[in-house]
Design a protein around this ligand. Sequence first.
Ligand code: NAD
Ligand code: MN
Length: 472
Amino acid sequence: MFEYAPAPESRSVVTIQPSYGLFIDGDFTPGKDVFKTINPATEEVLSEVALGAPEDVDRAVAAARRAFATWSALPGAERAKYLFRIARIIQERSRELAVLESLDNGKPIKETRDVDLPLVAAHFFYYAGWADKLQYAGFGPDPRPVGVAGQVIPWNFPLLMLAWKIAPALAAGNTVVLKPAETTPLSALFFADVCRQADLPPGVVNIVTGAGDTGRYLVEHPGIDKVAFTGSTEVGRQIARSVAGTGKRLTLELGGKAANIVFDDAPIDQAVEGIVNGIFFNQGHVCCAGSRLLVQESIAEELLDSLKRRMATLRVGDPLDKNTDVGAINSAAQLARITELSEIGSEEGAERWSPECSLPDRGFWFAPTIFTGVTQAHRIAREEIFGPVLSVLTFRTPAEAIEKANNTPYGLSAGIWSEKGSRILAVADKLRAGVVWANTFNKFDPTSPFGGYKESGYGREGGRHGLEAYLA
Ligand code: NAD
Ligand code: MN
């Protein structure tokens, strides 16, 4: 293995204020209470952020309601100009935003720079293009915006999830109140600044920071017309209950336990890359992560040898180092959850393996880990771990692979590795998953709809389909 000299990205390209208020009606206003957001790689406090109270949510919803009248009445081509402007500003500021996102979340700069930020800009460009073509989107000749959207997002892709929520909503003529996750509020607050730079009319986008309670006030607020949530299945269930019977629209993008299926005719080296990308990308904090490897028994030994060799080359450490592959776990709470489920994996009899790697002393870290000898009854085969932990199962026939892949309460994504196109199509057809990747994994594109079945939620984000939730 090569030794690499440190190659740190410059931290000085971003200036983080010591404190941030709530972004309501085009201005930052202080909150009554505050909370701290830290860098999970160092545990250093990055900033103090307002904790949105019910009266703050009231003000934000009222501002969004006022703005809706004018924003929804603008010709689509006018709204498009704002969205194109936002997309271009994000591109211009992408280095700054990539460093910020890496600092607040713990993910490697290589990913924020090459994946998150390009996709964020692409989402705004893509939906900007739809704003003046809504009557051709397949939702009737004169589709109307729904109104004010309350949007709650998680910490794993803070700015990208914001883009998935805000870009289609605005393109369709809605206004929004968005609550970012409590461990990663900063990029949403920088986005507020991007909105001001783009001269977006006040109230069209409001950002209310806070924790679960702030999110609950928002989704339960009688002044909103639509709820969009990405996060845990548990909270998703609560939201579905509270929204039921209110007439509010609801889309839920929840957890997953995706099968990554490798057949005996698959190109092994490519499959190994896809497995690594499937579970170690973003520390495995990915709802569509390929967290269950299903490998055909006849090639299991060969594949696992290659996988272990490849895992030994993963560099874990400083997220701002350009050579880092695996960054920090997002929070102490998430680290505790990953640690607990991994211990249960060993207790239940699976065999645990990690490459040798030295982890930093401060911050939250977990070595890339695989479990072999996993059965479908094991908790690590059933529950979402949301960390760099892969459960390996084997199968003998395609029918067995399909049965095992579908044996989960989730249904968000899946992967198939095979040389035969006919086999890929036949298997994909039988998988109950919203996204099926073939000979690749974790590829995202704004033109492609994304969403789940069963306990992974309902509704689609991305593509033409992503407009539907925001059009009446
Ligand atoms: P979470 O569902 O609690 O948090 C997601 C967002 O919802 C955050 O912004 C949070 O503040 C907000 N929230 C929490 N309670 C709420 C409520 N009652 N009403 C409205 N909003 C509320 O997720 P978490 O605690 O950060 O993570 C727990 C587990 O969830 C993870 O281990 C992982 O398995 C899963 N998860 C999935 C995704 C995903 O993308 N599907 C993202 C994050 C976490
Ligand atoms: Mn943070």
